[in-house]
Design a protein. Structure first.
Lengths: 485, 392
């Protein structure tokens, strides 16, 4: 257990539990309302497992209409609602409190319509990320954002956190691939935002909802961009004698006008951990490794890789290993995509998610090492090199409360460092409860006040996913205080 | 009429803090005719807030004060073989306006061009802003890194808000490599429906079409032209144009145009040159699901005498017609509504822009959110009041 506070639950609401459950039971069939203490346990936390609270009840609606009635009821009763996709959040974005109900969208998981001429798919929000690509794959299309948790995570969760992935250097993150949503507002009103056309009319509410961590409404349907698959894709492994050389290579590739579909970085500890797990042929003698993937026809990939290899040679690359088959390609990516799982095999870890300007990499990486050593901890670094999104994995022992506390403190120091060098607290995981108390490092009181005011337009009482994103004591400043300031 | 020309962000904040009457916010003023016709006692311009504040080619990011001329940004980027991916439209021909378009206005009006269909709009490239809100506070959101999900995304909210939420003082954009070469395939004599089908099918291939436009007969040329643009390394373009030629041979044999003539043609599409004249005609911009573009204009042509040009694979329909009565507003809005898209009156007389909604009217629940967001930023209604909707 660490240092992040969870708000004191409202006893008056908990006292009304029977009445609240009765109200929910009038909306949903019994099998979609969970109230049994044992069955509630799986919903007490998400991927940020160090913190947990058992909610009063869990509802699993199957229609937008049910979501609307649930929210209207809870809003009227003053009951907080924690929306949940698959519960894979690494920042505690779906952790409930004892006075909350959890609203899971996992039972709404159908593909509603695919329009290849428009390159769009309309889906229910509980569908998994991978299921969209699987659905349109036989026609040569895919959905681009690919978070590591894509087998399990839902589009609802992706929209809430504006998720990214390894391939967003070329294809962008969720907000760049989302065209429309059906959104249920806190009072139960259902609104359609966007659609199959490209541009918003009026204020870009879609962009505001994307990444709002479930605090503006509950998304029940989404229209997403689907893209034609490239003719082929080929990753290459590059081993370098130093992180600085790998970083300089990335900068030169971009300067040469080449934007590979992915450029993934791993440091030595990450290489060792993943290689022993995935046996992908990673260079164990390297201090740093890049996986660079290009797309196109065979000839196009040959040409692009020739350019990239030439640049890498200028940076004293030690190992160059090009995938020669689909199996090798799968192995190379298996190593990277299982980095978190592989790390979990050797120790408990927390996964950081800050972003830095890539030009500061050569100073930030050593400082991350120093920070962790200062707490007596080990760290492995994997990150999206093209966009500077770092994922330091801090290894610790979950059964040692002091060790856990040190890991959390090291993580905070790393994220503060990210902000200090011009980056941000979170590149793709979201703020949740994990980074909530660090927000003042990145934002002034006025910056946060402006965001809180926008949030209040959607949810004045703060019923939707409370206790996340903003510090617990954050509240909108009175106009009189602002005038004085 | 007061003209406020702050030379620093702090000065801009002080001017807003001291303002007691509504202000028109503008950059270079080249798009002043966009939106509902409004009257204000004063104008607050960002045009003296100039200069590139950050440019890291290897990080593909540029930041500049809002009043920096777009031309300066493009020159700085071109020097390092980079560009703004969204290919912003120049509104000067359409409005016969003068002056220098500014980077802040590109952000505020979310101005994009043909490459938007491939690379996203201005809002997709915009990653950081600083602005002065209606309380005179300086606010920042987003930043200089392209992956950033910290807090609410006010960056994209301000893109397209037309300065109704704040005075942008600094903007940061993600940039892209400048394509080393381009090739445009031009198919001739297709009717609109066939052209629409070709564009949508081509966008569904792996060949990364970065522009798909259709200019019907009489729009810039006697013959109808359907344009598909490829960008990349020269050998790549030969390969890809060959593949497209083979795949779509049922649509005829395309002519291939490269280099400056092709670039000039795409500028004509971008700036809707074909609809500039006659100058007293209204121009509408319709954003619809791409495959429905041609069907929509077929329906409109049943009752309206209009000239059309398609971009974005059919998803952007430009419509020019005489400004009689409501300039087709009722007919156009009804037809566009049926596609799920929306229409904006881009050019019209001030009289017309005062009389009919310029932007699509919003359903009640959305209008309530719009009003709330406006009030959250600008409680006294200082900025561009009524520019988008009466009251917003």
């Amino acid at each position: 257990m660490g240092a992040i506070a969870i708000a004191e639950p409202n006893r008056a609401v908990i006292d009304e539990r029977a009445h609240i459950i009765e109200g929910l039971a009038a909306i949903l069939p019994g099998e979609n309302l969970i109230t049994d203490a044992r069955e509630l346990v799986p919903y007490e936390t998400d991927g940020f497992t160090a913190y947990s609270r058992v909610p009063m009840a869990v509802v699993l609606p199957e229609t937008t209409e049910e979501v609307s009635r649930i929210l209207a009821f809870c809003n009227e009763q003053g009951v907080a609602v924690v929306p949940r996709g698959a519960g894979t959040s690494l920042c505690g974005g779906a952790i409930p409190n004892e006075d909350c109900i959890v609203l899971g969208v996992a039972k709404m998981s159908r593909v509603l319509d695919v329009d290849y001429a428009n390159r769009t798919a309309r889906v229910e929000a509980g569908i998994t990320n991978i299921a969209i690509s699987q659905h349109v794959g036989e026609n040569g299309f895919f959905y681009a954002p690919d978070p590591s948790s894509q087998l399990a995570c839902t589009i609802a969760g992706n929209i809430a956190m504006n998720s990214g992935g390894a391939h967003c250097l070329k294809y962008g993150v969720t907000t760049n691939n989302l065209l429309g949503v059906k959104l249920v507002l806190v009072d139960g009103t259902v609104v359609e935002i966007g659609g199959e056309h490209l541009d918003a009319s009026g204020y870009d509410l879609l962009a505001l909802v994307c990444g709002s961590e479930g605090q503006l409404g509950v998304v029940t349907e989404a229209t997403v961009r689907i893209l034609p698959m490239a003719e082929g894709a080929r990753p290459v492994l590059f081993g370098f004698g130093s992180s600085a050389a790998a970083g300089a290579c990335v900068a030169d590739i971009i300067a040469a006008g080449i934007v590979p579909v992915a450029m993934e970085f791993m440091d030595k500890p990450a290489i060792e951990i993943t290689e022993s797990f995935a046996h992908a042929g990673y260079p164990l003698d390297a201090e740093a490794m890049l996986i660079i993937e290009v797309e196109g026809s065979d000839e196009e990939m040959d040409a692009a890789l020739a350019r990239i290899v030439e640049i890498a040679r200028r940076h004293d690359v030690q190992t160059v290993k090009e995938s020669k088959s689909a199996t090798e390609t799968a192995q190379i990516w298996k190593g990277r995509k299982s980095a978190f799982g592989a790390t979990g095999k050797i120790a408990d870890y927390i996964c950081m998610d800050g972003t830095i300007p890539t030009g500061r990499l050569h100073e930030v990486l050593p400082r991350i090492g120093e920070i962790c050593r200062g707490y007596g901890l080990r760290v492995a670094n994997v990150f999206h090199a093209g966009d500077g999104n770092l994922h330091p994995l801090i290894l610790y022992n979950v059964n040692d409360p002091e060790d856990a506390m040190r890991a959390e403190m090291a993580g905070n120091d790393i994220l503060t460092l990210c902000v200090e060098v011009g980056g941000c607290l979170t590149g793709e995981h979201g703020v949740g409860i994990e980074k909530r108390d660090l927000m003042h490092h990145q934002f002034t009181a006025a910056d946060m006040d402006q965001q809180l005011r926008v949030r209040a337009v959607f949810d004045r009482k703060g019923i939707l996913n409370p206790g996340k994103v903003f510090p617990l004591d954050a509240k909108i400043a009175a106009e009189s205080e602002l005038q004085a300031a | 009429m007061t003209l406020l020309l702050p030379e620093s962000e702090a000065e801009a904040a002080a001017m807003v803090g001291g303002a007691s009457a509504p202000l028109r916010l503008e950059g270079g003023g080249t798009r002043a005719a966009l939106g509902r016709a409004i009257q204000t006692a004063g104008t607050l311009s960002s045009r003296k807030l100039t200069g590139v504040t950050l440019y890291e080619p290897a990080e593909m990011v540029i930041g500049a004060r809002a009043g920096t001329p777009l031309a300066e940004i493009e020159a700085v980027l071109a020097d390092k073989n980079q560009t703004l991916a969204f290919e912003p439209m120049d509104h000067r021909p359409l409005f016969a306006s003068e002056g220098e378009p500014t980077i802040g206005a590109i952000a505020a009006a979310n101005v994009s061009g043909p490459r938007r269909v491939f690379a996203g709009a201005a809002r997709d490239s915009l990653i950081g802003i600083r602005f002065v809100n209606g309380r005179g506070q300086i606010i920042k959101n987003g930043g200089r890194v392209m992956k950033n999900v910290t807090g609410l995304d006010l960056v994209k909210l301000h893109a397209g808000a037309m300065g109704t939420l704040g005075l942008l003082t600094e903007v940061i954009f993600k940039v892209s490599p400048r394509p080393p070469a381009t090739a445009t395939l031009i198919y001739h004599d297709l009717d609109d429906a066939r052209a629409n089908a070709l564009m949508c099918a081509a966008m569904g291939t792996p060949f990364e079409i970065t522009g798909a436009a259709h200019l019907p007969a009489g729009i810039g040329d006697e013959r109808a032209r359907t344009l598909l643009r490829l960008e990349g390394f020269p050998e790549q373009l030969d390969y890809r144009s060959g593949r497209l030629r083979d795949l779509f041979d049922a649509y005829g044999t395309p002519e291939r145009l490269d280099g400056d003539p092709a670039a000039a043609l795409w500028r004509e599409v971008r700036d809707v040159r074909a609809l500039v004249e006659p100058f007293d005609h209204a121009v509408w911009r319709l954003s619809v699901p791409p495959r429905l573009g041609a069907g929509l204009t077929e329906r409109l042509r049943g009752t309206l005498d209009c000239r059309v040009l398609y971009d974005w694979s059919g998803g952007l329909v430009w419509l020019g017609l005489a400004e009689d009565d409501d300039a087709g507003a009722a007919t156009i809005r009804a037809a566009v509504h049926d596609t799920g898209g929306h229409g904006t009156l881009v050019r019209g007389s001030a009289e017309l822009r005062g009389r009919i909604p310029v932007f699509p009217p919003e359903p009640a629940a959305i209008a309530k959110l719009t009003a709330g967001i406006k009030a959250s930023h600008d409680p006294k209604g200082l900025f561009n009041p009524g520019l988008i909707h009466p009251g917003a």
